[in-house]
Write a protein that binds this ligand. Structure first.
Ligand code: ADP
Ligand code: 3PG
Ligand code: MG
Length: 428
């Protein structure tokens, strides 16, 4: 149960609210390519506006290199929010100082103001108290609803709570509640599918999944580190050299676990390889299990053939059909599936059709998760790129819980406390 006060626990009458959202949305040439995070913030915004507050929203976007890094401006978000809300959204060109103070003074009850990127000030990420005090001056109450950023102790997630009464928004509450519940008491069998490229960030969560899940499957660039840990030459593939010993340790731990109980740890048996990431590049399937067995009389030894070897100038960009089918089969047995990270380079567009040349593994997983092979488990998915891909395929509504958090959902699943949640007021 969520133990922090929410907007439903306080009197909002006549208040000016500072709402921290996570509007760190993907942009392509200034255009928002996925507005899932904006849409998910609407219930809280609607609740606050129904209570007639003056609403000031703040957020970060990207990792700006300085105050004039216009590629990280939140202005496109203000426009999109205005469209979705179907009411005017004012925009202040700075989150503190004169422009913010003036804009904040200019809004009336029931009106909305979005402040420019918090990270245009290095004080934000430094969790600077004086900067938080300046933000706090704009409002009477602080509402944290940026689930995607509460794993960071920044001025707008931690320091600010020392200056204003601070409660949670509805998105934050629902994310924390759902994810905690799934981790504590999942309907078993529990399967975890971990892919993507943020390998170092995700290795940690694998320890937890090996402990609590019944089936763990790795894919994406993440899997390349495990293949390397098994002595397979992954050539030009993206992988994390420094994490190879950790991957070896995880493989050993998984092996011990499967001797104790019914447990499967699946590393891809096959993959799709290319010379370069390009929609026209020819693909080839490499099947590591097709190494021939040699010298069987003396000692069994697996010898790579061309079909079972990634060549020097090749890279693995997707899981292969056997591995995809194996994961899809596992999904048929699971009642809960947690998925984070794509199985391949999903953003490469196809010459024709909606599925990119290296997105077939990911798409097969999606089909299985949505019950197309007969069984539909409860699904919990997270990760910016994963959710972005699912959004792109217009399938978000078909999943159980689609988290707005990447790192935050992983840390919560890993059992870590989230500083931006800790800092909020406890329920009585
Ligand atoms: P998420 O945002 O869902 O948490 P990540 O950011 O960790 O996931 O990883 C998503 C990224 O991983 C995508 O940009 C995708 O192109 C990349 N990726 C997945 N598989 C591979 C691979 N085999 N080689 C290179 N990049 C990969
Ligand atoms: C995210 O996209 O995971 C959050 O918005 C946090 O962003 P950050 O990783 O740049 O702190
Ligand atoms: Mg990502």
């Amino acid at each position: 149960m969520f133990t922090k006060k929410t907007i439903k626990d306080i009197d909002l009458t006549g208040q000016t609210v500072l709402l921290r959202a996570d509007y760190n949305v993907p942009l392509d040439d200034g255009k928002i390519t996925d507005d899932y995070r904006i849409k998910q913030s609407l219930p809280t915004i609607q609740y606050l506006l129904d209570h007639n507050v003056k609403l000031i929203i703040c957020s970060h976007l990207g990792r700006p290199t300085g105050p004039r890094d216009i590629s990280c401006s939140l202005f496109p978000v203000a426009k999109r929010l205005q469209q979705i809300l179907d009411r005017p959204v004012e925009f202040a060109t700075d989150c503190v100082g004169e422009s913010a103070t003036k804009a904040a003074a200019g809004i009336k009850s029931g009106q909305v103001l979005l402040l420019e990127n918090l990270r245009f000030h290095p004080e934000e990420e430094a969790n600077d108290d004086a900067f938080a005090a300046q933000l706090a001056k704009l409002a009477d109450v602080f509402v944290q609803d940026g689930f995607g950023v509460v794993h960071r102790a920044h001025a707008s997630t931690e320091a600010i709570t020392h200056h204003l009464p601070s409660v949670a928004g509805l998105l934050l509450e629902s994310e924390v509640d759902t994810i905690t519940q799934v981790m504590l008491a999942p309907e078993r069998p529990l399967m975890a599918i971990v892919g993507g490229a943020k390998i170092a960030d995700k290795i940690d969560i694998l320890h937890r999944f090996i402990e609590i899940a019944d089936f763990v499957a790795v894919g994406g660039a993440m899997a390349n580190t495990f293949l390397a840990a098994q002595g397979i030459n992954v050539a030009d593939s993206l992988y994390d050299k420094t994490d190879v010993p950790i991957a070896q340790d995880l493989i050993r731990r998984a092996g011990r676990e499967s001797q104790k109980r019914r447990f499967i740890f699946a590393i891809p048996h096959d993959g799709v390889v290319v010379h370069k990431i390009d929609k026209t590049a020819p693909t080839r399937i490499v099947d590591w299990s097709s190494h021939v067995i040699a010298d069987i009389e003396q000692y069994p030894r697996r010898v790579p053939t061309s079909a079972s070897r990634v060549h020097a100038d090749e890279m693995i960009v997707d899981i292969g059909p056997f591995s995809g089918s194996f994961i899809a089969g596992g999904i048929q047995l699971a009642n809960t599936v947690i998925w984070n990270g794509t199985m391949g380079v999903t953003e490469t567009k196809s010459l024709q059709g909606p599925i990119g040349p290296y997105a077939h593994g990911t798409d097969l997983v999606i089909q299985a998760l949505l019950g197309e092979f007969g069984h539909k488990p409860f699904t919990l998915i997270g990760g910016g790129d994963t959710v972005g891909y699912v959004e792109g395929r217009k399938l978000v509504k078909s999943f159980g819980h689609v988290s707005t958090g990447g790192g935050a959902s992983l840390e919560l699943m890993g059992g870590r406390t989230l500083p931006g949640v800790e800092a909020l007021e406890n329920k009585k």
